[in-house]
Design a protein around this ligand. Structure first.
Ligand SMILES: Cc1ncc(C[n+]2csc(CCOP(=O)(O)OP(=O)(O)O)c2C)c(N)n1
Ligand code: SF4
Length: 287
């Protein structure tokens, strides 16, 4: 029987009313339902932050990891169980600050998984500090006179790191968000969906209204070629990243297809106990 939203419902949320993360989670759930996936076929791995709570608030296999560490764990889950659909999800601080090194390597490695970043351009859980995606000049508790640093540009970073699927969505447009996540989940490689997800409590600049007024849809650009990386860079720079849709998609072998010795069966389905001969051989090699 096809899964419904009820099947994907997890713990009761403590997110603030109006938080953009509600829609991102709903977008993930609706995409999985659209793809006729059931909770036991999906693993959701998250970091720390308000966003990181998604692995508890939705019902599937869940792993709430450390701050910035969702990607190493998610990659391991996928490689140990090739049949599992793996979704890593977390915040902009989690993914582009402390986790940025993991992000670039997961992208170039092209592990078959989806990374949904809830980008509210602030640290929500720790009460409103400047994050890596806060714009230069952004005022917060940690930068009362305005941040002097240039912000991280997630789409440019993903393109530069070699991600084979780069998309962006907005919490205020759940239909498009769901559509983009479902395409990302089906992409056979590392797929980033950066989602503008307003923090209604601490970020009074990047609000729903701000994104509604400023985002354009890549679908509305005539002649846009999703397989052309130069086009992607051009539009991302031209719009200062305020664009939704699939920016770039490339057919490139996923990590497990070129990993030598990758087992045919998921590790989780294998008999792990070594035979006596194997143990004797191993023991002899240490003598
Ligand atoms: C190693 C480590 N450093 C710092 C923290 C404190 N910390 C917890 S959440 C967080 C920021 C979360 O921001 P973001 O990832 O953008 O998610 P949001 O809460 O905005 O959804 C920080 C700095 C931590 N838990 N662990
Ligand atoms: S603090 Fe911000 S990010 Fe965290 S739950 Fe509230 S609105 Fe959402």
């Amino acid at each position: 029987m096809a899964a419904s939203l009820k099947d994907y419902r997890g713990d009761v949320s403590t997110w603030c009313p109006g938080c953009g993360h509600f829609s991102v989670m709903a977008g993930i759930q609706k995409a999985l339902i659209k793809l006729e996936l059931e909770p036991h076929e999906v693993a959701v791995v998250s970091g720390i932050g308000c966003s990181g709570k998604v692995s508890e608030y939705m019902r599937a296999y869940g792993f709430h990891t450390l701050h910035g560490r969702s990607l190493p764990v998610a990659q391991a889950v996928k490689l140990a169980n090739r049949d599992m659909k793996v979704i890593a999800s977390g915040g902009d601080g989690d993914g582009y600050g402390i986790g940025a090194g993991h992000f670039t390597h997961a992208a170039r490695r092209n592990v078959d998984m989806t990374y949904v970043v809830m980008d509210n351009r602030i640290y929500g859980l720790t009460k409103g500090q400047t994050s890596p995606t806060s714009a230069q000049g952004f005022q917060s508790k940690t930068s009362p006179e305005g941040s002097g640093e240039r912000e991280v540009k997630p789409l440019e970073l993903a393109l530069g790191a070699g991600a084979s699927f780069v998309a962006q969505a907005f919490s205020g447009d759940i239909k498009r968000l769901t559509e983009l996540i479902s395409i990302a989940v089906e992409h056979p490689g590392f797929a980033l969906v950066n989602v503008f997800s307003p923090c209604v409590t601490y970020n009074k600049v990047n609000t729903y209204e701000f994104f509604k007024e400023n985002i354009i849809d890549i679908q509305d650009i005539e002649g846009y070629d999703v397989t052309n990386k130069a086009h992607a860079y051009e539009k991302v720079i031209e719009t200062d990243g305020l664009v939704q849709g699939i920016l770039y998609q490339q057919a490139r072998p996923a990590y497990h297809t070129y990993l030598s010795g990758y087992p045919e069966k998921p590790v989780t389905a294998q008999e792990l106990k070594p035979s006596q001969d194997t143990l004797d051989e191993l023991w002899a090699s240490f003598k």
